[in-house]
Design a protein around this ligand. Sequence first.
Ligand code: F0G
Length: 465
Amino acid sequence: MSELSVPSRRSWAEPWKVKVVEPVRLTTPEQREAAIREAGWNTFLLRSDDVYIDLLTDSGTSAMSDNQWAGMMLGDEAYAGSRNFYHLVEAVQEHYGYRYLVPTHQGRGAEHILSQTLIKPGDVVPGNMYFTTTRLHQELAGGRFVDVIIPEAHDPASEHPFKGNVDLDALESVIRENGKDRIPYVCLHATVNMAGGQPVSLENARAVRELTARYGIPVYMDATRAVENAYFIQQREPGQSAKSVKEILREFCSLTDGCTMSGKKDPLVNIGGWLATNDPALYEEASNLVVVYEGLHTYGGMAGRDMEAMARGIAESVQDDHIRARIGQVEYLGNKIAGWGIPIVKPIGGHAVYLDARAIYDHLPQDRFPAQMLAAQLYLDAGVRAMERGIVSAGRDPATGDHRYPRLELVRLTIPRRVYTQAHMDVVAESVAAVYSVRKSTPGLRMVYEPKYLRFFQARFEPEA
Ligand code: F0G
């Protein structure tokens, strides 16, 4: 018998097996053509029944574990003081380390409460790149967002390992120009969604902490994908590889005063969120406001069972083997696409592979919506649903009314947690290759309907003749 040669680099697999399956529907090209037309060439307006592989978002699309589903049956649906609320508080204190918790229905509920509590008209909020809902809540409270991310973040080809980092000189200039009293807090996203799911290093977070402390300015984190950020620190930051993701997460959070959280991402649930803080005065005001907009301060718009599922999801989300497999799947897809020479954002991000639509459709100017068109083409090719993250998402400048022209014009292939297999990833990669091969003859789009707020959700388009 001949000797088998065992490869030196062994394969890994997910730390779970499948217990329940959900059928997905295959459609014909004619059906997809009709569906995208009806949806105004906007993937947000497609019916999910018409989608084969849904990579619109990783938000609220995760598969819960049997342990989380078991917790759903233990929902204490009392109006006030549900036991699940206290379990959630314990989970947040243990894994994120913040003292006080205000539950909300999802992330933007927390952003609303934080913005209304801290921002006064005329204030300036520096942050490492905007996020759509976060910036809008800052603006609605009378504030102005200022981007202080490092320049590498705007370059899809830069291989900087921490493209989410804050440019410390830029931050200090914003503080000096506006005065510390005009800066209610610094908003630190970890990871940075709009930059391609890029992380912030521990060293940079520590430097932000030291700088802002000199001026007495608090730091609030968008912790939506902070576990993914912690994994990148473990993998990439010198001196961090011996620590667990759990330890790194606690250390990172300790450099901030609190956070807003969309529980629909890292924490592995379909709905829920929270605002956390170490500041008793902010907690008091936020728990007063939450009863106006979300629900009582012990449920904030969530059912007891939702809070239980999230408490259990948080504990699962910080396990090294979970997060390694989660990000490993994203890397698998990204490496496959990049291996064919198709331009994507490098390094591959935590929750998604971002296609560089500007480079792919280099014959289309940005106001002919190349990323919007690329997302539509992926749907037409194989029923894969992706999301535009370019000029449509960036919206208009409230002062001038003009389009904002972001340097990044991207399509996001966002991977839900624990939902799809490697075979699904192969189908997606091949669909990207097929769309790429006909890129030169693909026309642009015209916007024919534009809503006032967060236009990317509901805008409608038509292809150019
Ligand atoms: N912050 C970040 C970084 C996000 O990615 C999101 C949501 C939010 C805040 C808002 O949270 O949806 O629970 O209200 N991102 C989703 C996405 C919608 O597809 O990236 P939410």
